[in-house]
Design a binder for this molecule. Sequence first.
Ligand code: MLT
Length: 262
Amino acid sequence: MTVKTMDLAGRRYAWREAGEGAPLLLFHGFPFTSESFWPQLETPPPGVRVIAPDHRGFGQSAPAPTATMDELAQDGLALLDALGLPQAAVGGVSMGGYVALALLRLAPARVRALALLDTQALADDEAGKTRREDLARQAEQQGMDPVVKAFLPKLFSPQSPPPVVARIEAIMRGVDPKGAAAALRGMAQRQDTRDVLGRFAGPCLVAVGSLDVITPLARAQEMADLCAGSRLEVVEGAAHLAHLEAPARVSAALGALVASSK
Ligand code: MLT
């Protein structure tokens, strides 16, 4: 999984790529890096070129003072420009889904198909925004440990293989706390994107683990109901990271989505 980099307005922007065929721009969740798509990068769906960036301040992408979902989406659009791709299937896991929906709002003509994995179209409520700010401050003062403690227990079902959980924990602990704090504040500022989704006419995969407590099935169902061309895939027994708990199933659904958009 070689990491590629480009200069984006004076900042380093990194991404991983694998596979050949129709492009799928896949945004990672919080607080991970593009490495968190290892099953989809090691065995890309046939006919799919998976392009997975590191958001600014994560992995090998340099930080920036702010990381709103719109800014992360604009970084992804700049990558599509740099790769000469006028359109792509666009998707993401959780925070990555917020970014994919922001990209859809900013540049709908660039999106051939949409993959919304363990995510939602709703904004944070006031209590949620306060929790984000508290955690952002803790990250700045104490590093990633409080963030790992807040998120890791909710990510996986009890049946998840320990090496998968350990790899995700290592990815989380390697994130720059300043990058994590900026993204927490960015998530708190995000807009409700239900209207954007309601206008999307292309194919849309909505996948969710049946045990997801962060972005539960009801949120996935709501997105699937809004989007005329949607297919809802409920991954029984998986939690928030269904693409790691049932990688073959989620990769096959991604492959089918991209094939249906050609
Ligand atoms: C994620 O997995 O990206 C986060 O759990 C999203 C969130 O906290 O809303």
